[in-house]
Write a protein that binds this ligand. Structure first.
Ligand SMILES: *[C@@H]1O[C@H](CO)[C@@H](O)[C@H](O)[C@H]1NC(C)=O
Ligand SMILES: *[C@@H]1O[C@H](CO)[C@@H](O)[C@H](O)[C@H]1NC(C)=O
Ligand SMILES: *[C@@H]1O[C@H](CO)[C@@H](O)[C@H](O)[C@H]1NC(C)=O
Ligand SMILES: CC(=O)N[C@H]1CO[C@H](CO)[C@@H](O)[C@@H]1O
Length: 335
C-alpha cells in the first residue's frame, strides 16, 4: 500500500523526503494556499461563495460529512500531515480561539482558503476569500503568539525545523482567463512576471518570519478539469490553460532558484503537480483505476461559478474522480 500511495502522491512524498532529509524531526507544518489545501477556513467566511460545506463534498469520510474540504475525502494538506507522522491534519486557522491557538501553533496550522490566489485581487468572484497576503499576515500573528509565550530563540528554532507547504496559483490563472478580464488583459508573459514578483514577495515574507523549509506545489493541468473540458466542443482539455500551467511551473522553478541563492539557509522542494496528474491520467489502469476517462455528472451545478462536484457514474468507487475543478482521489482508502 505504501508503494501505491507514493505513486499516487509523488509530489507530496518528494517534498516530505527532501525537506526531511535536512532534519528528520519536524515539529510543525504550516499550510498556505487555495482549495487544494483548505481544510475548513472558508466555513468561517460568512459571505464567501467558495464553500464546500455541503454534500457531496466529504462523502467518502466515514460519516460522509462535508468539512469544508473541496474534495470527496482527504486533501493534499491532510496527506502531507499524515506522511509527516502527524495524527491530525493541522486545523484551520479561523477555527482557533485565543485559548486553543497556542496549543496548535506548536504543531502547525492551516491558513489555506478556497478560491484564493497569489494576487490580492484573485478570487473576487467568490466575494470573500483569504488572500495569500492575508494568510501570511495571519501566520505573523501566530508567530507573535509563540514569541510572546516561549521567547524569540525557541520560536525561531521551532519554525526553522517546521515545514511550510504552499499550494496555489490555479485561481490566478482561472481569473486571468475570465471573459471579463479580456479587455484589459496583459500579455501572458507580463502576467506571469507579475505573478512571479508577487509570489516571491510572499515567500520572502515567510522567510523573514522564520520559515526555512518550504515545499511548493505547482498547478495541475487545469485545462483538463471537467468544468474546463465542457468549454471545449470536442470534450478535450483546454490547451491554453494547460499551457499556462506548464509556464507557471517554469516560473516557479526560477523563483525558487533565485530565492535559495538570495536567502541564506532556505531549503525548498518544488512539486510538479502537472507531471503528477499527467502521469495519473496516463497510468490510471496500472495504478488501479478502472478507467482513465473522467465521466462527468453534475450534481451541484446550480450555483454558477462555484466549484462543481462531478461523479463518474455508475461506480464512482471504481474510477478516478475529478470534481469540477479538483482532482480528487478514489474512494478506496490508500493508507
Ligand atoms: C464581470 O462583469 C460583470 C458585469 O460588469 C460583473 O457583475 C461581474 O462581477 C464580473 N465578474 C468578475 C469575475 O469580475
Ligand atoms: C480541444 O480539445 C482538442 C483535443 O480533443 C484539442 O486539440 C484542442 O486544442 C482543444 N481546444 C482548445 C480551444 O483548447
Ligand atoms: C492539455 O490540453 C491539450 C489540449 O487539449 C492536450 O493535448 C494535452 O494532452 C493536455 N495536457 C495534459 C497533461 O493532459
Ligand atoms: C501574546 C499574543 O500575541 N497573544 C495573542 C494570541 O492570539 C490570540 C488570538 O488570536 C490573541 O487574542 C492574543 O492577543
Amino acid at each position: 500500500m505504501e508503494g501505491k500511495l507514493a505513486q499516487l502522491l509523488p509530489v507530496i512524498s518528494v517534498i516530505v523526503i527532501v525537506l526531511r532529509a535536512v532534519d528528520a524531526r519536524v515539529p510543525a507544518v504550516f499550510i498556505f494556499g487555495d482549495s487544494t489545501a483548505d481544510v475548513g477556513n472558508n466555513n468561517f467566511l460568512p459571505v464567501s461563495r467558495a464553500k464546500a460545506n455541503f454534500p457531496p463534498y466529504g462523502i467518502d469520510f466515514v460519516q460522509g460529512r462535508a468539512t469544508g474540504r473541496f474534495s470527496n475525502g482527504l486533501n493534499s494538506a491532510d496527506y502531507l500531515a499524515k506522511m509527516m507522522g502527524f495524527k491530525r491534519s493541522p486545523p484551520p486557522f479561523l477555527s482557533l480561539t485565543s485559548n486553543t491557538l497556542l496549543k496548535h501553533a506548536r504543531r502547525g496550522i492551516n491558513f489555506a482558503s478556497g478560491g484564493s490566489g497569489i494576487l490580492e485581487t484573485t478570487g473576487r468572484r467568490y466575494v470573500q476569500v483569504i488572500s495569500m497576503a492575508k494568510q501570511v499576515q495571519y501566520f505573523e500573528t501566530v508567530r507573535a503568539n509563540l514569541t510572546a509565550h516561549m521567547g524569540t530563540t525557541a520560536t525561531e528554532k521551532l519554525l526553522e525545523k517546521s515545514i511550510f507547504l504552499i499550494s496555489t496559483g490555479s485561481n490566478d490563472i482561472f481569473d486571468y482567463f475570465t471573459p471579463n478580464s479580456s479587455v484589459n488583459r496583459p500579455p501572458m508573459t507580463a502576467f506571469l512576471s507579475t505573478l512571479s514578483i508577487t509570489y516571491k514577495g510572499h515567500l520572502r515574507q515567510l522567510y523573514n518570519l522564520g520559515a526555512r523549509k518550504i515545499g511548493v506545489i505547482s498547478i495541475p493541468p487545469i485545462g483538463c478539469c471537467p468544468s474546463q473540458r465542457s468549454l471545449n466542443d470536442t470534450g478535450g482539455c483546454l490547451e491554453v490553460l494547460n499551457e499556462s500551467a506548464r509556464a507557471f511551473y517554469i516560473a516557479t522553478e526560477a523563483i525558487m532558484k533565485d530565492l535559495s541563492c538570495e536567502l541564506k539557509g532556505l531549503k525548498y522542494s518544488l512539486g510538479n503537480a502537472y507531471e503528477m496528474v499527467t502521469n495519473l491520467f496516463r497510468n490510471a489502469l496500472k495504478l488501479g483505476f478502472t478507467s482513465s476517462r473522467v465521466h462527468v455528472v453534475e450534481l451541484a451545478s446550480s450555483m454558477e461559478n462555484l466549484p462543481v462536484f462531478h461523479f463518474p457514474p455508475p461506480a464512482r468507487t471504481a474510477q478516478s474522480t475529478c470534481s469540477g475543478i479538483y482532482f480528487t482521489r478514489r474512494k478506496t482508502p490508500l493508507i
